[in-house]
Write a protein that binds this ligand. Structure first.
Ligand code: GLP
Length: 238
């Protein structure tokens, strides 16, 4: 496990972007596992800037996102597909057909979960997985529970997650979808490299607790301790 303590959010974003950029430079057809939330936005901005300067290209890159709210269409501004298109994909030279987010509007969720896992396997797995962390220690939308769930699955969001994510829904918990589809622990842990980003003292505490305490499904991020190539890039409050 490698810890990189950045000075501030800008520094954290640049350092994390350097790691993603190096991955793509070394393997131009990398499969990048991507994350949503507010934390990676600065990282995406930095990658966009480097792509516009021709320092890096995503032309041969494939992306797989961690999760999507249930029943939010790609056009819905709150959907993670919309977020990724706006914050990243539409601003770089990636081929949209090479970008993947779970289709949560499907009629048959089980089938979609199986399709998503098979799609990742068919691409040879994930080279570098970017991960944020929830206040309750969730990764993707793998919520605290009795067991680690290996496969992509439908999840009931925990009350703490609904409360935390209400800030993206006009502060109204009622508007937050109650379910989501998330990549399971298997493909996260099978990624060749993991990059965990955390911004601010509170998130750093969650990361420290997860990575230094016992490995337990009650703190889903604790499983990351067992990965051979985990880099944590974090920064304190401004
Ligand atoms: C959501 C996402 C997670 C993300 C988390 C933290 O719950 N499903 O993948 O890590 O938000 O978000 P933020 O970076 O905004 O704190």
């Amino acid at each position: 496990m490698k810890w990189i303590m950045a000075r501030d959010y800008t520094d954290m974003s640049r350092k994390a972007a350097n790691i993603v950029s190096a991955q793509v430079l070394l393997k131009e057809d990398s499969v990048l596992g991507l994350a949503t939330g507010s934390t990676p936005i600065g990282l995406y901005k930095q990658l966009i800037a480097w792509q516009h300067k021709d320092d890096i290209s995503f032309d041969k890159v494939t992306t797989v996102n961690l999760d999507e709210y249930r029943n939010l269409s790609p056009e819905d501004p709150q959907s993670y597909r919309h977020f990724m298109n706006e914050q990243f994909f539409s601003q770089i030279d990636i081929r949209m057909e090479n970008t993947n987010v779970p289709n949560s509007c499907c009629a048959d969720v089980m089938r979609e979960c199986l399709r998503y896992d098979a799609m990742i396997e068919n691409r040879g797995g994930i080279d570098l997985q970017l991960i944020g962390i929830g206040n309750n220690g969730h990764i993707g939308f793998n919520e605290p529970g009795e067991a680690f769930i290996m496969e992509t699955h439908l999840v009931d969001l925990s009350p703490t997650t609904i409360k935390a994510n209400a800030r993206f829904f006009d502060g109204d918990e009622q508007k937050v979808p109650k379910q989501a589809i998330t990549m399971g622990i298997k493909h996260i842990m099978q990624a060749k490299r993991l990059l965990l980003v955390a911004s601010g003292n509170a998130k750093m505490e969650v990361v420290k607790k997860a990575l230094s305490g016992p490995v337990t499904p009650r703190v889903p991020a604790s499983i990351l301790q067992l990965h051979k190539d985990l880099t944590v890039v974090c920064c304190p409050d401004a």
